[in-house]
Write a protein that binds this ligand. Structure first.
Ligand code: FAD
Ligand code: UDP
Length: 365
């Protein structure tokens, strides 16, 4: 008999399992995939740790969370500084003085400020109600047209006018020459890849792979006092109120016999005529010096039950449906719903670690 059956070996499941095991509880972790780690899983190809489910950069302001993950694996000093490629020209991201210099040739913050303010004024938006209006109110029309509009419409498969404002608020805007994509105090990548982090978390814990909870729900429930479910919220209820929508991704990975393909881990392709959204060159996440390289082209696509769910579509319709499922989830005794899929939320890794630590603390009270 187990104290906890943990469905999903992603970060939420792995952190929770570690904490409860350390508190003396007996845990069984299952995952339907062939590997542990969920979406942070990295696969070693020719000595390069390949981010199989998209680029993952750990960043946090919380010292406890940073120290916690570093206690399982050492993190490097990687700072995310993606580039944007538009019609043969490169721009630095996030939007900062380097971007403004590349866009207009301005060298002083006040010159950049003046251009952006003028464009914002000309657009005449008082209260932004969608992503397009929000973006123009933040950075003006030139940056919107070159770096945001077509990329966002490729990424989300929807017009900027039909998307919520919060998506674009994530990106910093700076009037300094600073290409750091994040504002957080701590940032890095586990040396040796994320799989090493998850292996550390799950050390000495029983894990069964290629086990789908829904194929043997009753048998699995009967061997544990409590269940922690980190899979899809709507799937738990057999989609009986309807499907929650997601944006999915398709990855095309290629090994190349050259040491350096693009000189940076992430290059976004912001024009609509190029079908992929970005190219990752994995070795640069860990400053690799291997003689060959591995690159991944990332294509955005609509989600169907046949492909992986990546980005929840948190619009009004889906929020309403998710809330109806969540209400039912609360009423189920001895089942804890946690993680990005069970909560139908886009969460960064540090938020997932924080929530799993909190959930484990509550269980131990
Ligand atoms: P998951 O990793 O999805 O784990 C859930 C696990 O449950 C999976 O392994 C799945 O196979 C398993 N499972 C589901 N259903 C069943 C079932 N029925 N039976 C058995 N097992 C099941 N965060 C950052 O902080 N920085 C980044 O740079 C970053 N980049 C990202 C890029 C992309 C493209 C995406 C989509 C996300 C990114 N994130 C990033 C977010 C990060 O991936 C998540 O915060 C994190 O992986 C969530 O962990 P989780 O355990 O909640 O979910
Ligand atoms: N975005 C953009 N151009 C870029 C990068 C991002 O317009 O070059 C927008 C896009 O709408 C995206 C959002 O900013 O969905 C958030 O970007 P982030 O890099 O955080 O997206 P993620 O890495 O989660 O896909």
């Amino acid at each position: 008999m187990y104290d906890y059956l943990i469905v999903g070996s992603g970060l939420f499941g792995a952190v929770f399992a570690r904490q409860m095991t350390d508190a003396g509880k007996k845990c069984l972790v299952i995952d339907k995939r062939t590997h542990i780690g969920g979406n942070v899983y990295t696969q070693n190809i020719d000595g390069i740790n390949v981010h199989k489910y998209g680029a993952h950069i750990f960043h946090t302001n919380d010292k406890e969370i940073w120290n916690y993950v570093n206690s399982f694996v050492e993190f490097n000093r990687y700072t995310n500084s993606p580039l944007a490629h538009f019609k043969g020209k490169l721009f630095n991201l996030p939007f900062n003085m380097n971007t403004f210099y590349q866009m207009w040739g301005v060298t002083k913050p006040e010159e950049a400020r003046e251009i952006i303010d003028r464009q914002i004024k000309e657009a005449g938006i008082s209260t932004p109600t969608n992503l397009e209006e929000q973006a123009i109110s933040m950075v003006g029309t030139d940056i919107f047209n070159v770096l945001i509009k077509e990329y966002t419409e490729k990424q989300w498969g929807r017009l900027c006018k039909d998307l919520p404002t919060f998506i674009i608020k994530r990106l910093p805007i700076r009037f300094t020459f600073d290409n750091n994509y994040f504002n957080d105090k701590y940032q890095g990548i586990p040396i040796g890849g994320y799989t090493k982090l998850v292996e550390g978390l799950l050390a000495d814990i029983e894990v069964r792979l290629e086990v789908d909870y829904f194929n043997q729900k009753d048998a699995l429930n009967s061997i544990a006092k409590k269940v922690v479910f980190t899979g899809k919220l709507d799937e738990y209820f057999n989609y009986d109120l309807g499907y929650l929508e997601y944006r999915s991704l398709r990855f095309e990975t290629e090994c190349l016999p050259i040491p350096n393909f693009q000189g940076n881990a992430v290059v976004n392709y912001t024009e609509k005529d190029i079908p992929f959204t970005r190219i990752l060159e994995h070795k640069h996440f860990e400053f690799g010096t291997q003689p060959s390289t591995v690159i991944t082209r990332e294509y955005s696509q609509e989600w169907t039950v046949k492909n992986e769910p990546y980005y929840p579509i948190n619009d009004e319709k889906n929020e309403k449906l998710a809330n109806a499922y969540k209400k039912r989830a609360k009423e189920i005794p001895n089942v804890i719903f946690g993680g990005r899929l069970a909560e139908y939320r886009y969460y960064d890794m540090h938020q997932i670690v924080g929530q799993a630590l909190k959930t484990a603390r509550e269980q131990n009270q």
